[in-house]
Ligand binder design. Structure first.
Ligand code: SAM
Length: 279
């Protein structure tokens, strides 16, 4: 018996339900329940929250979230093989775990959640990045979630929290930091997962700001940062030429040297330039 919840150890669950990891579903499982409880704690006080968990798999993080007191967990899993294992967890925590089978990229779970809502997930890298971008770009701000606690490859996590002047700095950092506080909460070695992946991982914790850090039109800011970072080695007066006939004057008006490169420019100045482009 495992200590945190009286349910069987995850190795036994995986063997009993024949949950051999499938590469095409990006399956690298966390088996240490002390570790999953620690990840769950990074999500903050869950006792008054509904938690949306994407990709619960055999349920290691799910058990961590429930053991840490989440009011309710809604878990969306694409792999039907995992559902009986998840049902055992639901039975051990009556009324606190709902399971949905399906692709999180296609399901809108909002109707099944009651605010305040936090999101936690250990997802395949490509699905995680796509969902992160979606969660950061809703039609309205603030979004439906209070915080995101997400596992990424360490290299992706570094891109989310990157500061100007670093190689990792780019659109993802600007997008995340414009409307959220973002920090790396934990790093994990490959050996924390089964099967063992090639890369290190990191848990990123993002907290939604009540309003964007600096005013800017989202569509203009998105076009601007796409143009700036698609040619990140070019000077801005060249990479942004297509956005405005007098781009040099505009850059100077917000204090950006036209010869600067995208990775030298902080979020505040990108937002100022987006406002200048909007006039
Ligand atoms: N959360 C579990 C853990 O920490 O041990 C499993 C992590 S594993 C990296 C990723 C999980 O996401 C797998 O269970 C996989 O089946 C599921 N998954 C992959 N793509 C998905 C999608 N589009 N929608 C929902 N679940 C998905």
């Amino acid at each position: 018996m495992s200590a945190i919840d009286g349910l069987p150890p995850l190795r036994e669950v995986i063997a009993r339900h024949d949950l051999r990891a499938k590469k095409q579903l990006g399956q690298n499982f966390l088996l240490d329940l002390n570790l999953t409880a620690k990840i769950a704690r990074q999500a903050g006080d869950l006792t008054q929250c509904d938690v949306l968990e994407i990709g619960p798999g055999p349920g290691g993080l799910t058990r961590g979230l429930l053991a840490e007191g989440a009011r309710h967990v809604l878990a969306i899993e694409k792999d039907a093989r995992a559902l009986p294992a998840l049902q055992e967890i639901a039975d051990a925590y009556p009324g606190r775990l709902s399971i949905m089978e399906g692709d999180a990229l296609r399901i809108d779970p909002l109707a099944h959640l009651t605010p305040p809502i936090r999101i936690a997930a250990n997802l395949p890298y490509n699905v995680g990045t796509e969902l992160l971008v979606r969660w950061l770009t809703p039609a309205e701000w603030p979004p439906f979630w209070q915080s995101l606690t997400l596992m990424f490859q360490k290299e992706v996590a570094e891109r989310i929290v990157a500061q100007p002047g670093s190689k990792a700095y780019g659109r993802l950092a600007l997008l995340a930091q414009w409307r959220a506080d973002a920090r790396i909460a934990m790093t994990l070695p490959p050996e924390a997962f089964v099967p063992v992946p090639k890369v290190h991982s990191a848990v990123v914790h993002l907290t939604a700001l009540p309003k964007p850090r600096y005013p800017a039109d989202p569509a203009i800011l998105s076009r601007l940062t796409a143009a700036a970072f698609n040619q990140r080695r070019k000077m801005l007066r060249a990479s942004l030429r297509g956005l405005h006939p007098q781009i040099e004057t505009l850059l100077e008006s917000v204090g950006i040297p036209p010869t600067a490169r995208a990775e030298e420019i902080d979020l505040e100045r990108f937002c100022a330039l987006a406002r200048a482009l909007a006039v």
